[in-house]
Structures are given as C-alpha cells and as structure tokens.
Design a protein around this ligand. Structure first.
Ligand SMILES: Cc1cc2nc3c(=O)[nH]c(=O)nc-3n(C[C@H](O)[C@H](O)[C@H](O)COP(=O)(O)OP(=O)(O)OC[C@H]3O[C@@H](n4cnc5c(N)ncnc54)[C@H](O)[C@@H]3O)c2cc1C
Length: 374
C-alpha cells in the first residue's frame, strides 16, 4: 500500500464509496479512509433500504441528477451483477395537497394521478381518506444501501483503489505540494482531497465558515397483525405520507429483516455524532406507532427491530458539492441532508468531476457553496 495518492477520500459511507469508485474508474490512485468498518451502521446509510423515484423531481433542479443517478445505478447493477441493489417496487406519494410542484406539470407523464378512492381500491393496506390524493411513480424503487456501498468499494478496489476501514482522520492540511492527512493509523499524502464525511462534515471543517449539523432519527420493522401478503413487494410499493408530524415513509417487506419497515422523516433531534445515545427508546417506538395507528392499523403488530440513524443538515437543507473556497485541492461532497441516497452515484460523479477538473457537466449549480456564504 502506497503512502502517497492522487486523491484521498475522507469517509467511505454512501457517497464516499461512489466517489472512490468514480475516481478509480478514471485511473486515478485513490485512497478512501473510513473511521468505522465498511459498511457500518453508525452513520446515515444503514437499515437495508432506501427509496428512490423520478416523478417528483421532474421540472426541478434535481431532474438531471436523478436521471443520471438512475443511469449510474443501472450501470452498477450491470457491471457488478449485484441485482438486488435496486428492486423495482413503484412509489406511492400521498399528500393532503399537491405538495410537489412537479405533479402539477402538464408534461410530467412519469406518474399516475390517483384519487384517494383509486388509492384505496389499488392499495387497500393504506387506511387513508379525504383530503389525501395520490401520485404513483411506476419507476420508483427500493435501493439497498449496504450492498451499494460494498459494491462501489469492491469495484473500486478491483481497479486498484485502496480503502482503509477502522481508520479515523484526526487532522488534515493543504500546502503548495498537496494535502497531508493524519489518521490514528498513519499519515498519508495526496495531490487532492474529497470530504464525504456526512454527519461529521461540520467537525472536519470546523472554523471554515460552513455550518453542518447532525440529528438523530429512528425507524422500525413490525410484523403485521393480519394479511401479511398485502405488505410484500407484489402488493406494496415504497411510499410516503405527508403528515402534521413530518413525512411517514415505508417499504414493502423484504428478506433482510423480518417485518414491515416504517419511519418518520422529520428534522430529528440535534446531536453530536461522536457523542449521543444510539439506543432506541420508547419515544422512538411511539413515533412509528402513531403513524401505524393512523395509516396502517392492521399492520400495527409486534416490534421486530427499532434502530437509530443520523441525518445531516446545511442551513437550507440542500446538499453541498463544490470546491472549498480558497482551497483548490479540496472538494466537499456533503452533507446530503437526509434524502441523498437516491442521488449518490450522480453526486459521486459530480464530486469526482470537481476534484479532477474543477467543474462538472452535470447541471447542479444549486449545490454550490456560494449560496451559503452570502
Ligand atoms: C433513517 C434514514 C432514512 C433515509 N431514507 C432515505 C431514502 O429513503 N431515500 C434517500 O434518497 N435518502 C434517504 N436517507 C438519506 C441518505 O441515506 C443519506 O443522505 C446518505 O446515505 C448519506 O450518505 P453519506 O455518504 O453522506 O453519509 P454516511 O454514509 O454517513 O458517510 C459518511 C462517512 O464518513 C465517515 N467519516 C466521518 N468522519 C470521519 C473521519 N474523521 N475519518 C474517517 N471517516 C470519517 C463516517 O464514518 C461515514 O461512514 C435516509 C437517511 C436516514 C438516516
């Protein structure tokens, strides 16, 4: 293993693994450094499933990114043969009003517009009435976060990348010759560095004027009280329900963990990612129970698993991918702000573009740092 590289990527979670892969694919000598094992369940990318969909992003700034992410996910499946990375399930969005402007666009043909009566006929598991309305995206899918990370890392290492797990970056510095990274297992140098540190981004870039915070959220698996088949992928899509407490979301039952997975997307409880209580508690369960009582009373059965996870936030809750101002050798990719998994192959490509060329061909100006430094 070399001590000197073209690029060091700090953080090999979701987008770090995609960035290491993209850089290795370009023939660069890459080192990915991860403080925990690869993959792990201590950051923002565990829990066996993530949702993706296209329809809500049509006409928004995210449109080119979600389309590119779908292409790259398909390429990853093709190249690796790892078919369970992306499972087509469809996606059902339920809201008391048409919350995504995309659904009002005449030319958006990527979803089916469903009255609540049509929703109830097609998906009787959902106990929901007026004033709700549904948008069904047939291209919606379930992504497997741990398998995606593992696959990106495996393919990158096959191309010559080095990835070090259980190695924490303690400090870094940039000078005219390159960057030097001090870890708890040695010192490494490179021409350039990319930060993909998710909820820890604020800690690694302390004093640089970029506010990034972390928060604690939870999710659960329960075993339905009746009609278990109604929660299997043949009958159940991935879904979101807009609620006064946030957005409930869930997945069809898969084989990774027994039961029906449901979570509540909200701001979360602000925490220090190095020092907070990861152990799930009664309040975590009550968040989930409240949604089950309201929308899935027939699934409100025994708790099979309850876990905590980290979200990360910028001030406007829009991710950052850019060069760090005043630091030509430094690219920042994150935080991804609690909804980034569906985009990570494209975000990794954009980060690799910035690192390699200082610019990207993927339209993504809204992700630049300047908006936060005004
Ligand atoms: C419960 C939950 C549900 C979600 N659901 C969805 C969904 O359905 N769809 C969707 O698109 N998105 C979803 N998201 C968001 C998405 O999963 C995250 O935005 C994304 O996975 C974060 O990836 P990341 O690489 O930025 O962070 P992480 O995967 O956390 O990676 C950051 C990595 O940096 C490492 N690191 C940090 N500091 C150091 C250091 N000093 N030295 C070495 N390594 C370091 C960390 O250990 C970590 O591995 C969800 C998130 C959560 C928590």
């Amino acid at each position: 293993m070399s001590q000197s590289y073209d690029v060091i990527v700090v953080g090999v979670g979701a987008v770090g693994s995609a960035t290491v892969y993209q850089l290795a694919k370009r023939g660069l000598r890459v080192l990915g450094i991860e403080q925990f094992s690869v993959p792990h369940n201590l950051g923002g990318s565990h829990g066996n499933s993530r949702q993706t969909k296209i329809a809500p992003y049509i006409g928004s700034e995210y449109e080119p990114i979600i389309l590119r992410a779908y292409e790259l996910y398909h390429e990853l499946v093709e190249e690796s043969g790892q078919k369970d990375i992306m499972v087509k399930t469809g996606f059902l969005d339920l809201a008391p009003h048409r919350n995504f402007p995309a659904y009002k666009l005449e030319h958006n043909r990527r979803f089916e517009d469903l009255s609540i009566q049509q929703v109830n006929e097609r998906f009787p598991q959902f106990k929901i009435g007026e004033p709700y309305w549904g948008a069904y995206d047939p291209e919606g899918a379930l992504l497997r976060p741990e398998v995606t990370i593992t696959t990106h890392v495996r393919l990158a290492m096959q191309r010559g990348a080095d990835v070090l797990g259980n190695t924490k970056v303690l400090s870094w510095k940039e000078d005219a010759n390159g960057v030097t990274v001090v870890t708890d297992r040695g010192t490494y140098s490179a021409e350039k560095i990319v930060f993909c540190a998710g909820p820890w981004t604020g800690k690694l870039l302390e004093g640089m004027g970029i506010a990034v915070t972390a928060s604690r959220v939870s999710f659960a698996w329960v075993w339905p009280l009746q009609n278990v088949k109604a929660y299997e992928p043949e009958a159940m899509p991935c879904w979101c329900i807009e609620d006064e407490d946030g957005i409930y979301y869930g997945f069809p039952m898969m084989t990774d963990v027994p039961g029906y997975k449901i979570g509540l997307h909200w701001n979360g409880e602000s925490v220090d990612p190095d020092n907070f209580n990861r152990t799930p508690n009664a309040q975590d369960e009550e968040f989930i129970r409240k949604g089950l009582r309201k929308y899935f009373p027939e699934a409100n059965g025994p708790l099979v698993a309850l876990r905590t996870c980290l979200y990360d936030h910028t001030v406007d809750d829009v991710p950052i991918i850019d060069k760090l101002p005043g630091h030509d050798r430094v690219t920042l990719c994150g935080p991804l702000c609690g909804a980034g998994f569906k985009f990570i192959p494209a975000y990794g490509e954009i980060a690799a573009d910035f690192c390699e060329k200082g610019t990207t061909g993927i339209k993504s100006d809204f992700l630049r740092i300047a908006r936060l430094l005004k």
